[in-house]
Design a protein around this ligand. Structure first.
Ligand code: 4NP
Length: 144
């Protein structure tokens, strides 16, 4: 089983999803491979944004060495599930050729978008999205 988490920049939200998933998979000895990527090329090669690194660290998860990459066509055949963090990610994934992207918010979050904390809410925004992402990620893994 291979799961790819996708947001716009791959520096705030999807690295959190990847880190939370890696942590949960390791703790539960699951046979699942996870990765994350962005639909844009804006931040290729960058580490996650400082607030995402910090909120993860506070929750015992180290995402500091992840590196942003862009979604590529090969991902659509390689991964069993491609998960967008919001509806614009889903729209962009479809434009890029992904046939059946899933919305993270459809896994226990009533279809809600994970808002982009890069653009709102200071550090509290990251605390809020961490909890939302954690709920969705654990529900996805447990739905397999
Ligand atoms: P992300 O947040 O999609 O959660 O990684 C973003 C961060 C920065 C930008 C876009 C999204 N940006 O355009 O700079």
């Amino acid at each position: 089983m291979k799961i790819l988490f996708v947001c716009l920049g791959n520096i705030c939200r999807s690295p959190l999803a990847e880190g939370i998933a890696r942590d949960y998979i390791a703790k539960n000895n699951l046979d699942i491979i996870v990765d994350s990527a962005g639909t844009s090329s804006y931040h290729i090669g960058e580490n996650p944004c400082p607030n995402s690194v910090e909120i993860a660290k506070q929750r015992g998860i180290d995402i500091s060495s992840l590196k942003a990459r862009q979604v590529k066509a090969k991902d659509f055949s390689e991964f069993d599930m491609i998960i967008g963090l919001d509806h614009s990610n889903i729209a962009n994934l479809k434009i890029m050729g992904c046939k059946k992207p899933f919305l993270l918010g459809d896994f226990g979050l009533e279809g809600e978008d994970i808002p982009d904390p890069y653009f709102f809410g200071g550090f509290e925004g990251f605390e809020k999205v961490f909890e939302m992402i954690k709920t969705g990620v654990i529900n996805i893994i447990n739905s397999r």
